[in-house]
Ligand binder design. Structure first.
Ligand code: SF4
Ligand code: SF4
Length: 96
């Protein structure tokens, strides 16, 4: 990145792997996740997405998709952890 973090070519955020900054890591508990995507709305990075991965919860509920975090871009800010109403995201110390 140039000195002063000047952006010379707009629209290049996907080239910046902000996951290197992380000291704490959000981990989604698929059993508690209601697929509301509130975390996706608030995440400042392109780090949260809904993927076509079926999941059956311990209570027997069958989901057609899962919400996942891309750790190449998750910088560990914790906003998703705060915004997740069912408290489905654990925030654990990163181990490198
Ligand atoms: S905010 Fe929480 S419950 Fe909603 S999709 Fe994200 S992890 Fe799941
Ligand atoms: S910790 Fe921050 S960057 Fe990482 S997924 Fe949550 S909101 Fe996005």
């Amino acid at each position: 990145m140039p000195a002063g973090a000047v952006i010379m070519e707009p629209g290049n955020s996907a080239e910046r792997f902000t996951g290197d900054w992380r000291t704490f890591k959000p981990v989604i508990n698929q059993d508690k996740c209601t697929r509301c995507l509130r975390c996706w709305v608030f995440c400042p990075e392109p780090a949260i997405s809904i993927v076509d991965r079926q999941y059956t919860s311990s209570s027997g509920r069958a989901w057609k998709n899962s919400v996942e975090i891309n750790y190449d871009y998750c910088k560990g800010c914790g906003i998703c952890v705060e915004e997740c109403e069912p408290k489905a995201i654990d925030f654990i110390e990163e181990v490198k």
